[in-house]
Design a binder for this molecule. Structure first.
Ligand SMILES: C[S@@+](CC[C@H](N)C(=O)[O-])C[C@H]1O[C@@H](n2cnc3c(N)ncnc32)[C@H](O)[C@@H]1O
Length: 373
């Protein structure tokens, strides 16, 4: 039995992890610094959320007036659907005594509301809406949220949540990572502004890379290094217990089409000669040239901070370059392997690049704007 549970847990889709308030605040601040009116008169939808626990709902409800929001809508996914999807039922029903169990339980808030319905609480999603100072206490905040059960379970793919998407101007959330491709397509088909969390690997998905390469979508302000810490409901996947909360570190990033200042700041770089003399990387320092690929006319630049400022040709850089990508400084012209190609591209090479027969892990091919615009 123990073994069966272990296998189930390993196979389980782990989508139950929750974003910290300060991680949301830091990212949104970057959009607000770039455009203080970015949220003014906008309807924001927070789908795949749990308004009772969610820091997204808290953050936007608390700042409703300051941001000049028109309407905040937040939807949650039914407890039964979460359990069915994640396979968590088999491993955790006996073990829901700590904070993680909250995410699979009816909240006290809901139990104490007149609209609480025991026939719906587990099988239906919920919708929370904020438009005004409902309780007339002279401020708009989380206490003014009005809620009701959704007709269905709150699946973002349902017609009722699609209608909310269509009503919204901006979609913000940490979506289920296991459905990430579908979730992004769901936003893109409705042509909405968005800021969502994603696994760093998502940048090489065929559904994502072409959008980044054509500057329709970009990485957020929050730096990639170190990953982000989330509170997790999966007791088999805890990296640390902090202040009594089960936390998990995920190599994640924000993906967005809302502008921010960092992406317009060019990277400070040394010339090729300076890099070969002074680079902090032993693969470069003391060499007399940058290595050239066997099978593609480009040089290998193994670190983003070692991009030579004066090289006019094509350069292969690691995926993490995208964390620093400034579209006024560089142009993305291709990629190794096949991450999908934007319309009009013909130079994606669809194979790994190599040096002396040794394959080099995923690379993005770039040129300097000044020499190749
Ligand atoms: C990574 S968690 C993030 C939760 C919350 N947005 C936050 O950041 O605190 C993703 C949430 O999406 C929910 N979810 C999974 N599949 C879903 C679906 N098809 N439709 C809507 N929500 C879903 C999960 O139950 C989970 O609560």
């Amino acid at each position: 039995m123990a073994n069966t549970n272990l296998t189930a847990a390993k196979k389980a889709k782990n989508d139950e992890f929750y974003t910290q308030y300060h991680d949301i605040e830091r990212e949104m601040n970057a959009y607000l610094e770039f455009n203080p009116n970015v949220f003014r008169d906008k309807t924001i939808l927070l789908p795949c959320d749990d308004p009772e626990w969610s820091n997204f709902t808290k953050y936007f409800a608390q700042n409703f007036k300051t941001f000049g929001l028109k309407k905040l809508i937040s939807t949650s996914y039914a407890i039964d659907s979460k359990l069915a999807y994640s396979g968590a039922m088999s491993t955790h029903t006996q073990n829901q005594h700590n904070s993680a169990g909250n995410f699979y339980q009816t909240s006290l808030f809901e139990l104490n509301c007149p609209q609480f319905d025991p026939t719906k609480t587990n099988s239906h999603g919920k919708i929370f809406v904020l438009t005004d100072d409902e309780n007339r206490d002279n401020r708009v905040d989380i206490n003014d949220l009005q809620w009701q059960y959704l007709d269905g379970d709150g699946d973002f793919r349902s017609d009722e949540v699609k209608r909310l998407r269509d009503e919204a101007d901006i979609i913000i959330t940490n979506p289920p990572f296991s459905l990430f491709r579908e979730f992004l397509a769901w936003i893109v088909e409705a042509n909405k502004d968005f800021a969502i969390l994603a696994n760093k690997n998502a940048v090489t998905y065929k559904e994502v890379f072409p959008l980044i390469a054509s500057n329709q979508v970009w990485c957020g302000r929050t730096e990639w290094s170190g990953g982000l810490w989330f509170e997790t409901a999966n007791l088999d996947d805890v990296d640390a217990v902090i202040d009594g909360r089960n936390m998990k570190n995920v190599p994640s990033m924000w993906l967005t089409n809302i502008d921010h200042g960092r992406r317009h700041q060019p990277l400070p770089l040394m010339t090729m000669e300076q890099n070969l003399k002074f680079s902090k990387h032993k693969e470069i320092r003391g060499k007399d040239h940058y290595e050239h690929y066997d099978n593609y006319d480009a040089i290998e630049v193994p670190y983003t901070d070692a991009i030579p400022s004066d090289y006019g040709g094509v350069m292969g850089v690691p995926i993490s370059f995208l964390d620093k990508y400034c579209p006024e400084q560089f142009k993305i012209i291709g990629c190794s392997y096949d991450y999908g190609r934007p319309e009009g591209w013909n130079n994606t090479i669809n194979m790994s690049v190599s040096i002396n027969g040794r394959n080099i892990y995923k690379r993005i091919l770039i040129t300097q704007r000044s020499s190749n615009s």
